[in-house]
Design a protein around this ligand. Sequence first.
Ligand code: ARG
Length: 582
Amino acid sequence: MEKILDIITAKMQQAFVDAGYEASFGRVTVSNRPDLCEYQCNGALAAAKQYKCAPIMIAKAVAEKLDANDYSMVEAVMPGFINLKLSDSFLRSYLEGMRTAADFGVSKVGEGKTIVVDYGGANVAKPLHIGHLRPAIIGEALKRLHSFMGYNTIGDVHLGDWGLQMGLIIAELHERQPDLPYFDENYTGPYPAESPFTLSELEEIYPTASSKKKDPEFAEKAHIATFELQQGRPGYRAIWDHIMGVSLPDLRRIYDKLDVHFEKWLGESDADPYIPAMVEDLKARGFAVQSEGAWVIPVAEETDKKEVPPMILIKSDGSAIYATTDLATMVQRMEDWKPEKMLYVTDKRQNLHFEQVFRAAKKSGIVSADTELAHVGHGTMNGKDGKPFKTRDGGTLRLEQLIADMTDFVRAKVVENKIVGENEVEDTTAKIALAALKYGDLSNQPTKDYNFDLERFAAFEGNTGPYILYTIVRIKSILAKYGAWEHLPIAVPANPFAKDLMLSLTKFGPSMESALNAAAPNLVCAYIYELAGAVNKFYHETRILGEENEELKAGYIALIGLAKRILETCIHILGFEAPEKM
Ligand code: ARG
């Protein structure tokens, strides 16, 4: 469906032409004085300069040409504004169009296009910690938003499964159990099917090994193990398989709790086979050059205000690094999926890394010129006091613990207020807790830091996830009492609160489009906060079920039914769901 602003702009342009002026002056915007009007056009002011006459004259002449059926108010006011209010019939028929169209008539700007969303960023053998919350939920929301807007979306977790951390684990395991067959170079297999460590052992092995990095002898051992793993040493590959086998189910389990799902569980290791040919090609075509024993791709540009150092492709010891695997991953993605767009969600401290990789990819043609590369660098989630989030003993809080803390807090409320029967407590709690956690995060601009505040995020009032859920639950309960409502057509607004709600509903499509263009889930949050406000205002000012005139009542029900569907669509995009009761 066409956006309201586009429809009334086209009509305004025609009115300018009919009054003898150029069409281009007829741009209409949403009013910045909602107390005076809903939409406005300031074109007469600019036109006055060109036509050398008083702007109010032009505004009056144009206003007269507008079709009175479309507006309940058209006013030319000094010095030359045209103020508009939509007519009830215009609004009714527009909303009825939204109600009956697929996905409310949103124009599917992504149709026929593929996007890879690279998010989550988990590293195997390390438990997810609170730093993994933001890339997971922002990425999931952006993926769902793109999907809603028509894109074919591929979410890839891009596991950290290939670096030094693997070598560290292998070296540590060797020190602990040197007699394992994995370390015997003469062993011809097969290797044991059972892992030499459990998940909790692995979660202890890795940090222990990591803390020994400063010991030069141990570090050397770990580097060699990493190198040999990457060269394909069978025993080390077998250990690697065990690490993956133990670690992946746990990562999946926690992402599931967050309702975060990846289409692809590829990792840095999957990029490895693409590296040799890519490096040879980059050398042959002169994009990679030698520098102090390493191979690098210079990516500085003349217009740079800050120095952008070359991207390191191969270190002087012959090893590939993070940037190498990212570049090789692009080779794989272009070969397999030919995406129109690749979007990466990571901590903003990786800005430079992505700048270098993107430039290297574009300049070498690994990624075609018309493929869009974007990095959403997010800020940090801090504690309630604004300081880095730490456990009581100064450690990093596990993501699972954060989810558990929020869940416990919400459960206590659910139980205390006797919101649902005993066997629904867990389900209702999980839904509210997830909404609190996700909305608390997503309502902030991704690039900004924010403070995690459990009580505030979980509150049922204010700009929170639970408030949005509460609004949906309230509508659901009214609809349930009314009976079948899905077929009811939208009616003309019966009071100013109904009209405000209708105007809010018309902003759905434009809001989703702005959120998409800015890669900003916070704009979806801002939209539903406004919409929920309009719903609640309408609810408080209108007798809905108590209305005696059946036709009026049916109109009210149709209106809140549409609001419910749109709110539910938005929270699905944000990655959470509403319970039945609250
Ligand atoms: N594993 C990485 C980290 O912990 C994040 C991966 C992000 N994605 C990428 N393609 N580099 O920092």
